[in-house]
Ligand binder design. Structure first.
Ligand SMILES: [Zn+2]
Length: 166
């Protein structure tokens, strides 16, 4: 079987596709592997890899997309969290009800009034007084410390005035 133009084109195509001479011979039919090699040489296509070796199956793996080249290194955003000054919780001094009432208050019991003297729950501290006065140590400190600016309430005033008569 001779080399028609059509068969030559097929040969070129298959050769350039990477098929081996023997594979091409099989595809074309009617020619031997050696005939294919000879034709390839005559066509000047032999620049390809050695035709005597079976070509590896051409497997074109799809290339993974290149990661976009970053021209600049990603800026690291470092959030500097300024430590906030802890806001001191407002100290609410809530006194436990005292253990003494007007009726039970004894001579050596702290006379620190607790609560609203006009209310039922009004008590006196009732703890044992310290050496320095009518109050226990804790209340003596409060009583004799410099006056703190604070909102006066009617109850506080009443308690204060009441303290004078005890
Ligand atoms: Zn007290």
């Amino acid at each position: 079987m001779g080399w028609t133009d059509e068969r030559v084109e097929s040969l070129k195509k298959l050769w350039l596709d990477g098929l081996s001479a023997s594979q091409i011979a099989k595809q074309l039919g009617g020619v031997t592997r050696n005939a294919v090699i000879g034709k390839v040489h005559r066509l000047g296509l032999s620049g390809r890899a050695a035709p005597s070796q079976p070509a590896r199956p051409v497997f074109k793996a799809p290339r993974p997309p290149r990661p976009a080249a970053t021209t600049q290194p990603a800026q690291r955003r470092v959030e500097v969290v300024q430590p906030q000054a802890p806001t001191p919780a407002p100290v609410v001094y809530v006194e436990e009800p005292g253990s003494a009432t007007v009726l039970t208050l004894g001579a050596h019991m702290c006379k620190w009034p607790i609560g609203d003297p006009s209310a039922d729950g009004f008590t006196f501290c009732g703890r044992r007084t310290g050496p320095d006065g009518p109050y226990c140590g804790e209340h003596a400190r409060v009583a004799y410390q410099p006056q703190q600016p604070r909102k006066r309430s009617g109850a506080t005033d009443l308690a204060r005035s009441l303290r004078r008569y005890i």
